[in-house]
Design a protein around this ligand. Sequence first.
Ligand SMILES: Cc1cc2nc3c(=O)[nH]c(=O)nc-3n(C[C@H](O)[C@H](O)[C@H](O)COP(=O)(O)OP(=O)(O)OC[C@H]3O[C@@H](n4cnc5c(N)ncnc54)[C@H](O)[C@@H]3O)c2cc1C
Length: 440
Amino acid sequence: MSSAAPKVVILGGGLTGISAAIHLRRPWVLFEREDHLGGLAVTRERDGYSFDRTGHWLHLRDAGMKQLVGEILPDQMLQVERRARIFSHGATTLYPFQANLFGLPPEVVKECLLGVIEAKLQPDASEPKNFEEYCLRHFGKGISKHFMIPYNERLWGVSPREITAAWCSRFVPLPNLEQVVAGAVGANAGTLGYNATFAYPKRGGIQTVARALAGRLDPAQVHTRSSLDQLDYQRREVMVGGERMPFAAVVATLPLPELLKRMPGLPEEIETRASQLRCTTLRYLDLATRTRPLADWHWVYVPEQRFPFYRVGIYSNATASMAPPGGGSFYVELADRGPVTEATVRASAQGLSEMGAIVSPADVLFADAREIDYAYVVFDENYYAATREIFAFLEAHAIFPRGRYGAWTYNAMEDALLAGREVAATVDATMAAKSSGEYR
Ligand SMILES: Cc1cc2nc3c(=O)[nH]c(=O)nc-3n(C[C@H](O)[C@H](O)[C@H](O)COP(=O)(O)OP(=O)(O)OC[C@H]3O[C@@H](n4cnc5c(N)ncnc54)[C@H](O)[C@@H]3O)c2cc1C
């Protein structure tokens, strides 16, 4: 291939884009809108406190990814046993709620247990139509009422009736009856769920991982502050910073709606499908305390509406380096999607104090309001048909959407790294087949 031949253009330098660049064998060039790589895997500092874009705990399952992270950050990662909790009915209990009812008021435990037994005694073999039905079928009325439904409504920002059941099989632990009963009497051994341990950098927050990975890339091929202006799929050209560049293939990791709105001349049916894509935003606080947190957990789920937040985490409980000596750094994820007010900040400090997480509301040194525009893709009834048609159209034009928002999905950092590795292999193979004439 001559050096002037079109390259693989990678749009977006989050973990998916970085991983794609690391694994591609074909020549590539990467364009990132921000002034740094990492996407959501980024860390902000203020006055000696460090904050990720809310909890970014790295759960590694794949042997290749474990090896890669071990190579780029030798001896710089901690292996942490997750301390995840639920706060409800004035009690702090172990995660997941459904397998750890012990510690809740007896009448709540009874309601939850009876609900599970009822659900198990009258199994309904039909496919649940939505996530609420899924919860009622698997966990019964009590657990659904006290945790599953209110918590998920606050997390997703939409009713669980609007969400399909399909997204959750990997992320929602499903204990059997014996585990539920054991958990209700405090006799559950071990932890359930996909994230019983996590890896986290000793210093520098999660951005340390993104930086180390990005260190593997040829800087000459990486262009930050370079936002995609337009993608001409018919002429196979991208326009970035006013300049046109032909592409051999595109790995698109920017949010799917942002890609599609930069593609003029889309067929009407694709425009219609694009208008069906839904996602919720997230508002949260970077919150610092003067003294050490009283709570020892890494994060806590809060289903009750009287609290302004639905999940809170403490970075400095994973590694003390995230706060100055004796202080604490928190993330506070807010249920309300509207602008953050002084009253919300006050209620958050009050809530943390009430949960016994901090000494007193006055211990809060600062709380900065932050936002993530694209946070949770909504898996509603249009989701599967819309994404299937859009992806088929894009791939027919050598555009490969990948990553959490490129592939319009719910995933974790390791999935992003795996998606980058997979798309590199796919693009390399597709282009090899094309140049040998097998591919049309
Ligand atoms: C609230 C929250 C909590 C999470 N917690 C965890 C956790 O604890 N553990 C875990 O493993 N995962 C967690 N995740 C998931 C994790 O953040 C993602 O899986 C991963 O970071 C996705 O990487 P990505 O590269 O696909 O997307 P992104 O990180 O979003 O990267 C996309 C990139 O595209 C760039 N871009 C956008 N528009 C343009 C444009 N026009 N031109 C060029 N570039 C553009 C963006 O600036 C960004 O850098 C969490 C996610 C959220 C939202």
